[in-house]
Ligand binder design. Structure first.
Ligand code: ZN
Length: 278
């Protein structure tokens, strides 16, 4: 599943090709995504210019002249820039034409989304899909001590395991399943510890770890940016070098203790029982 780093790498990959460009056509090949693609979208978008491409959580936000196009990659989505003469492939769902270039959403399982938020509907932050998201891990709000404060305040009186607290994304967005295991290892925190029992210093270590792990993942994915144009590669999914994730039974890279796997909320969590004591 594309996580925040993959979405950010997608943004970095497509933005230089599309910012300032005008939509010449939109073809909805199969609009039955997580929510139906608005039938009026081709009419709305054609002739509009992409002002900027930003990201909120796992939503890509294309600022157009009269509103924002929201794109989510769901479980299996990828966005690619291709010459518009390239043939469509099975599972291509929407193609946005920019003269000689196409932006194509390829999504076999169709859990992605392509939605329109008109400026007349009010500020984008108030969009129901965006307004409940936690803070951005790289925002000023989460920088330094502020990040620790956010995690500390949001976790008080919460008996849920810290892994699930992080994964829910209500305090800080973007810490998907792989990055939860990696961040908790980096911070030396047991994944089953009750969120409400985290100390202030643990929250500070965790906030630092989240920023570091996500930053490294984006940097790792950045090396695949050239694949965004005219390539058969799959830049929407890349695997970072993990320290605990998917390493059950293998020696901890710090202390050599075998890595343990547990299941929390039907998702696998990996940790080192020596480095991450309860
Ligand atoms: Zn260890």
């Amino acid at each position: 599943m594309p996580e925040l780093p993959e979405v950010e790498v997608t943004r970095l990959g497509i933005a230089p090709h599309l910012e300032g460009q005008k939509v010449s056509a939109v073809k909805v090949l199969d609009g039955r995504l997580r929510w139906p693609v608005p039938t009026k979208l081709p009419k709305i978008l054609t002739g509009q210019k992409v002002q900027s491409i930003t990201r909120r959580g796992k939503y890509l936000l294309l600022e157009m002249d009269t509103g924002h196009l929201l794109i989510h990659l769901g479980m299996t989505g990828t966005l690619r820039i291709l010459p518009s003469t390239d043939c469509l492939k099975p599972h291509d769902r929407v193609t946005f034409e920019f003269g000689k270039l196409s932006l194509r959403l390829h999504d076999p399982r169709k859990f992605g989304a392509v939605l329109w938020h008109a400026n007349t509907k009010g500020p984008l932050e108030k969009n129901t899909l965006l307004q409940k998201l936690g803070v951005e891990p790289f925002s000023a709000e989460f920088a330094g001590e502020l990040g620790a404060d956010i995690l500390y305040k949001a976790s008080r009186k919460r008996s849920v395991a810290v892994k699930q607290f992080l994964l829910a994304g209500q305090a800080v967005v973007g810490v998907g399943n792989i990055y939860c295991s990696e961040s908790l290892f980096e911070a030396g925190i047991h994944p089953a510890k009750a969120a409400g029992k985290l100390s202030k210093p643990q929250c500070a270590r965790l906030a630092n770890a989240v920023r570091l792990i996500l930053k490294n993942a984006i940097a790792a994915g950045g090396s695949s940016l050239k694949d965004f144009v005219n390539s058969e590669g799959d830049p929407g999914h890349f695997m970072v070098q993990t320290k605990v994730y998917d390493r059950k039974g293998l020696p901890c890279k710090v202390c050599k203790t075998p890595i343990t796997q547990i299941v929390q909320g039907q998702r696998s969590t990996y940790f080192c029982p020596q480095c991450q004591k309860r």
